[in-house]
Design a binder for this molecule. Structure first.
Ligand SMILES: [Zn+2]
Length: 413
């Protein structure tokens, strides 16, 4: 992957910030956040987050962190709310905090009380001492992050420059685990988050961004060495199979949970067709989502439905899916500290072997997001299986993420 850094564009971003009475460093932060957000092989649909610290700790400095509801691709100053850095650093001495307490703590330290909620990874950004911190879910990183037992491999691949963080739920626990991993390897230029993604950091916007690009490139090269480079995003090159699209629309509309006119986004790319044609496809796609965030959009597993299915077969498949989803909920809900309410038991992706996949949603946008995430997922799974074995977070962790109170709140917005 090539760095898209341009001195001229960075200078223009800093000037533009000054013209708006904003710190030039915030201009740089907006600039490289967009560079990251505009590459679908780095982050998709609101994934990833970035930050910049302005002013040193102990001097009343602030940290600007991506706000929830913003997408890095077109982020602007209001999407990077400022928080009091010194106050956030006090949380280093607080070993645990509930999700709700953390959100309240973050909100209490916003400079502008009307700003959006800062990212749930705000404390990790704050704890890392570097001025610039970037976080992505790159395709090639995930193909390797979704493997078991990677600690020694990551040390080898990165030349010891990435600190390894065993999987832990995003949020408060990850902020402490990330800090511990960094302190154990203070020469690191980034964090490898097992089964989740990559953090990099640096003194300047360029340094942090180019470290991100370098580690993504190292991952690409490693995958290519074993013949499994994921390649770039692929355009869909086939039309939706009829009458399956009409059958599915009618069967879903009758169930109501996706509205009376559910949207279907059909995709068929070479990678999707390769995945769907594998003998072990059903088992592979049932292992889980490529990064924890995705479960919110695409549910923990898809529905597989033959391309020739009629209405009765589609109804039976949706019933089976609902039963499997309910069983998944019942397996894990009893572990939760507070009672959970089951979400609708309809799939968000329907895989039609030989054809492609349908992303499903209440709106065009929801359906398109599912399509985009599955297009990337297919390339991740194929690359992961060529290199080793695709092993994303286990079902219990997927459930904790899907039913995380903070994610539920995000959906409600
Ligand atoms: Zn993430």
């Amino acid at each position: 992957m090539q760095s898209r850094w341009s001195d001229a564009e960075a200078a223009a971003a800093a000037e533009e910030a000054q013209r708006r009475n904003l710190p030039p460093l915030l201009g740089h932060r907006i600039y490289t956040s967009r560079l990251i957000g505009q590459d679908p092989d780095l982050v998709l649909h609101g994934g990833g987050n970035t930050s910049v610290k302005i002013g040193a700790p102990g001097t009343g400095g602030v940290i600007h962190v991506k706000g929830s509801g913003w997408d890095l691709a077109d982020i602007d100053a209001p999407g990077l709310p400022a928080l009091h850095l010194d106050a956030l650093l006090e949380a280093r001495d607080i070993p645990s905090m509930s999700d709700e307490a953390m959100v309240a703590f973050l909100r209490a330290n916003l400079l502008d009380p009307g700003a959006p909620n800062p990212s749930v990874e705000t404390l990790l950004h704050a704890f890392l001492p570097h001025a610039f911190v970037d976080h992505c879910h790159a395709t090639s990183i995930l193909a390797l992050a979704d493997q078991d037992g990677m600690e020694a491999e990551v040390a080898r691949l990165s030349g010891g420059r990435l600190a390894f963080v065993p999987y832990v739920m995003p949020g408060y626990d990850l902020s402490h685990a990330g800090l511990r991993a960094y302190l154990a390897n203070p020469a690191a230029e980034g964090l490898w988050l097992e089964k989740h993604g990559l953090f990099t950091f640096g003194a300047t916007a360029r340094e942090s961004y180019e470290r991100l690009i370098r580690h993504v490139t190292l991952a690409e090269e490693e995958l290519a060495r074993r013949g499994g480079a994921p390649g770039g995003p692929q355009p869909s090159d086939r039309a939706a199979p009829e009458p399956l699209a009409a059958v599915l629309h009618a069967a879903l509309a009758a169930r109501g949970a996706l509205g009376s006119d559910p949207r279907l986004d059909f995709r068929s790319t070479p990678a999707l067709r390769r995945l769907l044609s594998r003998d072990d496809c059903a088992e592979l796609v049932g292992r889980g989502t490529a990064t924890p965030d995705h479960v919110i959009r695409i549910k923990p597993f898809p529905l597989i439905l033959s391309a020739g299915a009629g209405r009765a077969e589609a109804d039976a498949a949706l019933d089976r899916y609902a039963a499997a989803y309910r069983a998944y909920f019942d397996r894990h809900a009893p572990r939760a500290a507070e009672p959970k309410t089951m979400l609708d038991p309809l799939p968000r992706a329907v895989l039609a072997p030989g054809e492609g996949i349908f992303g499903l949603g209440r709106t065009e946008k929801e359906a398109r997001i599912v399509g985009d995430l599955w297009e990337q997922t297919a390339r991740i799974v194929l690359a992961a299986e060529t290199w080793g074995r695709y092993a994303p977070i286990p079902e219990a962790d997927l459930f904790d993420m899907e039913y995380w109170s903070l994610e539920q709140a995000k959906l409600a917005r």
